[in-house]
Design a protein around this ligand. Structure first.
Ligand code: SF4
Ligand code: SF4
Ligand code: SF4
Length: 274
């Protein structure tokens, strides 16, 4: 088991360079990897570690952070970490806004679903997803692979038209299935980080930095990005215009209205000029 743990902490994405895990004593590394192995890997940041589960695992061991902060993990994860630390302190798991399921003792699981008719194709949700569960392209409808979504909720806030809903799900996982899923999610997150790192290093890509993890990655890599402020403003303005246009089109499809038709024509011209 030790070699597997050690392997897992080598060749990490550069986002984790500042943790300097390879410089820690082997037994400390082992404890961090064991804790990371039992964390849900949704990378939701609710433990106050927006970089994800591994930095929280490291902070528990090297910075004496309380071991009850993983919200989706609930009491089972808090107790498991206590056992790894051989801690006699019994901590109650951090509160969740979702009800605690009697069966799992974890918060109710949710998945994100895009109301596709309302999506304006602004692409803002895509970089927010740590496991690359959202597909779509500019000005086209986006969708979420429900099987890949972890319900981390990170795509909700960036959506300018609030068209992403959370739906509850019921499922039963064996210990083995949960561990497999966590391993897969960890790998998906690391692959996501590596892809974003490559994008940031590509100087022909002038897309603005759009997520906190991207900004951190950019700092870690100490690279200069050609971020055009105007481009960022245009993207937001276009998203707002598309939202207005969509609303007007819906209204006009029900009843003709010359004033609204004129407003729609003007908005379309404005959008075409951006
Ligand atoms: S799943 Fe738990 S440990 Fe991972 S980021 Fe979310 S709260 Fe933190
Ligand atoms: S689709 Fe949204 S809720 Fe689901 S994993 Fe991605 S960011 Fe999280
Ligand atoms: S952020 Fe919202 S509107 Fe923009 S592409 Fe995603 S789901 Fe569609």
């Amino acid at each position: 088991m030790s070699s597997t743990i050690h392997d897992r902490l080598s060749s990490l994405p550069i986002l984790f360079d500042t943790l300097a895990l390879n410089e820690l004593p082997f037994d400390v590394q082992t404890q961090i990897a064991q804790i990371d192995a039992c964390l849900p890997q949704t990378q939701c940041g609710l433990c106050n570690h927006p970089d994800g589960c591994l930095p929280y695992a490291a902070a528990i061991v090297t910075n004496n952070e309380p071991h009850n902060k993983c919200v989706p993990g609930g009491q089972p994860v808090t107790d498991k970490i206590a056992a790894i630390l051989a801690s006699k302190e019994h901590l109650i798991a951090a509160a969740s806004k979702w009800t605690i399921e009697t069966r799992t003792q974890r918060p109710q699981e949710v998945r994100a679903v895009i109301r596709e008719d309302d999506c304006i194709g602004c692409t803002k949700c895509i970089p927010a997803c740590p496991v690359d569960a959202i597909v779509g392209t500019g000005k086209h409808m986006h969708t979420i692979f429900t099987d890949l979504c972890t319900g981390c909720e990170l795509c909700i806030a960036p959506c300018p038209v609030d068209c992403i809903d959370l739906v509850t799900i019921e499922r039963e996982l064996s210990i083995y299935e949960r561990e497999q899923e966590q391993d897969d999610l960890r790998q998906r997150y690391y692959t996501h980080l590596e892809r974003v790192t490559k994008q940031l290093a590509d100087t022909s890509n002038s897309r603005p930095v759009v997520s906190m993890v991207e900004a951190k990655l950019n700092n870690v890599a100490n690279q200069t990005l050609d971020i055009s402020e105007q481009q960022a403003k245009d993207t937001i303005a276009a998203a707002k215009l598309r939202s207005k246009i969509k609303k007007l089109e819906k209204q006009l499809s029900v009843r003709a209205n010359p004033a609204k038709q004129a407003e729609l024509n003007a908005l379309n011209i404005e959008l075409s000029q951006i």
